[in-house]
Write a protein that binds this ligand. Sequence first.
Ligand code: SAM
Length: 472
Amino acid sequence: MYNPKSSKAEEFICHEEVLASLEYASQNKNNVEVIDKILEKARLKKGLSHREAAVLLDCDIKEKNDEIFALAEQIKKDYYGNRIVLFAPLYLSNYCVNGCVYCPYHAKNKHIPRRKLSQDEIKKEVEALQDMGHKRLAIEAGEDPVNNPIEYILESIKTIYSVKHKNGSIRRVNVNIAATTVENYKKLHEAGIGTYILFQETYHKESYKKLHPTGPKHNYAYHTEAMDRAMQGGIDDVGLGVLFGLESYRYEFSALLMHAEHLEAVFGVGPHTISVPRIKKADDIDPDEFDNGIDDDTFAKIAACIRIAVPYTGMIISTRESEECRKRLLHLGISQISGGSKTSVGGYFNPMPEDENSAQFDVSDRRPLDEVIKWLMTLGYIPSFCTACYRNGRTGERFMDICKSQQIHNYCQPNAIMTLKEYLEDYASVETKKVGEALIAQEVEKLQNANIQTAVKEDLVKIHNGERDFTF
Ligand code: SAM
């Protein structure tokens, strides 16, 4: 019944296959021979099957776990260098007709203030985000065919791309909206979106139905098959994720990797990103009411095993997590983080007193973007505002090919340096600028290709003199 090439959710996320993988993992979690064999394959840095990765996730042997963490760090360095891409969420509307029991936007929540941004308000939000230095957004909206139809989302994307405030511009809009039709995905593609992101929440069908008791999201197959429709609609960068805490993390981990295998088998390209949100406190939501919460150690192990299993897939961690937790996971494979985020509708330009309550979830890392940037640099990372790949047509299979041949550094490293320079010139505090200039000087010298190095040096001077938006 398990068939990664099937178009049916229950066949590519086959429940029996998940259970069999968990059983195999449990039987082998202390089996040094099996674990060593898997680690040997993992060291080729070409990924693992969901079953192999499940064994590593379950592995109970301290020395082997040390090897797993070390390998995740190595893969992270090899494929992503010391770059961390920055983005911010932009909440357009919290009107929602679904009944997701973990989300404060669920339709039965009558006391949460409902808001939907007008195009003028979106413009103001985007200006506020540009003034922080952001170039990449992820737009978020509840599912509501009357209040948030696809036309509203498309108009909003157009507005966002049109705002040119001082030296600012939003160069990539990723979209996190409910599962929709191939027709609508085509429209999103034509609107020039970057990644289409949709969290599965849970892959466990029975739990999924209970956690989504009402509304269109109740339909497990429609939700699970959404990425197939998105790809049929021409979107070739899709972002997966589960909401950890809803179901057993072992189940989610194997199923998530099966989903990645399915996309690779059918479309020749796996997910562009995987997000690892954990359920958080919010209005009307108490995370303690969910039985499957995971501690920080388990969370770190999940991130390390995802990094090893799908080396070419970016991994995202949001401000749901604390500074300390984010710091720990950055080493293990995270390639993108949000910064300075507001999870309420209208939270950037004109936050209202009740916004704390209308937020989708409590933000743990509340530091302003400038502080996050300085922090990343003092940890040795290059904060990157790069959006070049998708704007230069390096998406889907093309992106993966470049990534697999490890050529991505020739593009990403110079682009990271140059977009950081733009940030320092236009938005950074004096202290952050000082740290950043020193880092850039050091990083430019490390560029191995002499031609690229010369070009970057020239472009840095041009950026200092006021020109913007250079890409490799
Ligand atoms: N409404 C869209 C959908 O149905 O997919 C997506 C947008 S929603 C604003 C973004 C994500 O926030 C959800 O997919 C869910 O995983 C996450 N989320 C919801 N409630 C949460 C909570 N209490 N804590 C952490 N994350 C939450």
